[in-house]
Design a protein around this ligand. Sequence first.
Ligand SMILES: NC(=O)c1ccc[n+]([C@@H]2O[C@H](COP(=O)([O-])OP(=O)(O)OC[C@H]3O[C@@H](n4cnc5c(N)ncnc54)[C@H](O)[C@@H]3O)[C@@H](O)[C@H]2O)c1
Length: 382
Amino acid sequence: MKATSATQLCSCGYDGSPISAAKQIPSHKTSSPTHGVKHADPHMHVEPDEVNALAQLMTWKTAVADIPYGGAKGGIGCSPRDLSMSELERLTRVFTQKIHDLIGVNTDVPAPDMGTNAQTMAWILDEYSKFHGHSPAIVTGKPIDLGGSLGREAATGRGVVFATEALLAEYGKSIKDLKFAIQGFGNVGSWAARLIHERGGNVVAVSDITGAVKNPEGIDIPALLKHKEITGHLNNFSGGDAMDSNDLLTHECDVLLPCALGGVLNRENAGNVKAKFIIEAANHPTDPEADEILSKKGVVILPDIYANAGGVTVSYFEWVQNIQGFMWDEEKVNQELKRYMTRAFHNIKNMCQSHDCNLRMGAFTLGVNRVARATILRGWEA
Ligand SMILES: NC(=O)c1ccc[n+]([C@@H]2O[C@H](COP(=O)([O-])OP(=O)(O)OC[C@H]3O[C@@H](n4cnc5c(N)ncnc54)[C@H](O)[C@@H]3O)[C@@H](O)[C@H]2O)c1
């Protein structure tokens, strides 16, 4: 039986090269899709090595979350902000024509990532269906009207917040007592900010590609969202002071959430990080040198393969609903997401205790062990 994987798509790179790459790695369960598609930012390239690394991360992530998917990644080299809707649609449809025979409801199920959204997934669904008939389960993260799941749009940010709550509880702390700095105010960062604010947390600094804002008393996140919606940027927000976005990662706070790009924490800035906790909401935001520096400083890092697994978890719920032809209400989606995220945290903690290691090593050990066990049980040669 062919493994199903979760593919996340991205389209990115400022060189304009029409790179599309996809890598698929099998799951820790016997029959399972892979996941991930992105149209990313001018700061990000879509290169085969990067895509392979992200596909690997997806594999361990789905194993850590204990959902029956493998891991895959694909993307298009472009800068979506510079394209019109019509150009984006044509690009996405042509991409789908090239990959429609490689993806499938039981082989590979694309989901949105950086620079892609529900509309992108709707175009992929429509184009795929021209070749294979109407197949809502072929993509996740699609609009609700086309079979998307309630709660999917917020899922990664909500999962980040459930993960943060589980971690803080281990230290006898809660969101409402702490100060947060958030890099990135897109899908993941804005939902995380909104939910932290709702729980009484103090979001003292936020940045995105357009600028950064700080307020030691706490930013009114609903007001900032409105400001961003109206103006398209974070500048000139009356509820805080402008700051240099390069200072966001070293801003005074208890909890830092990188929710934008990979590799942002490195040896240049790691020593100056003030946060006691880092929640890796973006994929691989901490490079290995920074990881070492931060560990020596005693900073607790919640690793990406767990912290941002809420998106793929609700993608799995969406796929299940499409296959069953039965839609869950949003409360059930959120409750199940909390159950999966909390269970995964305790599984990682158990690994850390039995192997005397940090959370990153605990998460990788959990994921790799699950894939290895499934591989051995199936009788595949290692
Ligand atoms: N969307 C998901 O479901 C999902 C799931 C898992 C992981 N992730 C990861 O989370 C991260 C963010 O994804 P997203 O879906 O929110 O993307 P997005 O495109 O919706 O938002 C990205 C945000 O990062 C900001 N940004 C870009 N460059 C920046 C810079 N130099 N400084 C500060 N901010 C900058 C952008 O302005 C934007 O606010 C990525 O690493 C992605 O791979 C996303």
